[in-house]
Design a protein around this ligand. Structure first.
Ligand code: NVA
Length: 316
């Protein structure tokens, strides 16, 4: 008998459009009935490791793993020093003998891939320099909730558009390109020269969109990006790991600030998302993030439901 290969969630496009839809449907079920799935009953442990700061991800994985019947085992990234003290491969071999899954926030995507290759259990990306796919799922769920639900069939958010303005080269922009394209959305990235998404990821997103019925648009004009969009999103101009560039990262992004004037270009009632933490007065103004179109608190809650769904799906 051949065994199903172990699945991981390392990048948004690890899920096909149909699989992404299944996970979102499961998230909707788990949000309505919080204890409907208990794949970690035992309790089985899930290792959660952070090499970068966290608030939402630690809280939502800890609560979510508990609600799935499991034990959330926080492994101190500062003590483990994966890749310095020992390789990701060796850590994977040790953890994989003892836990049901591994959740890791780190810098290089290649290290996460090395972990996945040797773990023997599902590995979930809790943010790398390249992608933040758990946030991507939570955001699709949030957009669905605020723009009329999942599409009746096919890619989950066909017919909806997502405009992201700001640092187009960061993990969130890459995630929106891939997750949004898989969901059949029109994805627009408005970012300054020098901060456009990685060409390789754009190529992947375009290929996905050709299949899902979505589109991918890159522009340096923030108004063009936002024009009639159903969801408008931004993120910090200074991602974790780029703190030394905080000053040089201010001026180029000023025209991309998500303020009332820019939001006015979007579709009436467009949903405003931000993965948080937010810097009011920088990438987003207080009146917008604290205003009636903001869905950021639903978005933060949806991390819990989306991550419970992806864990349940990977452990099925
Ligand atoms: N782009 C941000 C996302 C934070 C959740 C960062 O990497 O810091």
């Amino acid at each position: 008998m051949t065994r199903e290969p172990i699945r991981h969630f390392l990048a948004d496009d690890d899920l096909s459009s149909a699989e992404q839809r299944e996970v979102l449907e499961l998230a909707i079920r788990l949000k309505a009935d919080r204890f409907a799935a208990r794949p970690l009953a035992g309790p089985r442990s899930v290792a959660i490791i952070f090499d970068k700061p966290t608030l939402r991800t630690q809280v939502s994985f800890t609560a979510g793993i508990s609600e799935l019947g499991g034990y959330p085992m926080l492994v101190d990234g500062g003590l483990a020093k994966i890749g310095v003290r020992e390789s990701a491969a060796d850590v994977a071999r040790v953890l994989g003998r003892q836990v049901a899954a591994i959740v890791w926030r780190t810098y290089e995507q290649s290290k996460l891939e090395e972990m996945a290759q040797h773990a023997g259990v599902p590995v979930v990306n809790a943010l790398t320099d390249d992608y933040h796919p758990c946030q991507g799922l939570a955001d699709l769920l949030t957009i669905a909730e605020h723009t009329g639900g999942l599409a009746p069939e096919g890619p989950a958010l066909a017919g909806r558009s997502l405009a992201y303005v700001g640092d187009g080269a960061n993990n969130m922009a890459h995630t929106y390109l891939l997750a949004g394209a898989r969901a059949g959305m029109d994805v627009r990235i408005g970012a300054p020269e020098g901060y456009q998404p990685a060409a390789e990821i754009v190529t992947r997103a375009e290929a996905i969109a050709a299949d899902s019925g979505g589109t991918v648009t890159l522009t340096t004009d923030p108004s063009d990006a936002v024009e009639q969009a159903s969801a408008v999103v931004t993120d910090t101009w200074v991602s974790m790991g780029h703190e030394a560039q905080a000053v040089e990262r201010e001026t180029p992004f000023l025209p991309y600030q998500l303020n009332a004037a820019l939001l006015g270009r979007a579709a009436p009632g467009a949903a405003v998302l931000h993965c948080l933490p937010a810097y009011r007065g920088k990438e987003i103004t207080a009146d917008v993030i604290d205003g009636p179109q903001s869905v950021v608190w639903d978005e933060a809650e949806n991390r819990l439901h989306a991550q419970k769904a992806i864990l349940t799906w990977l452990l099925r």
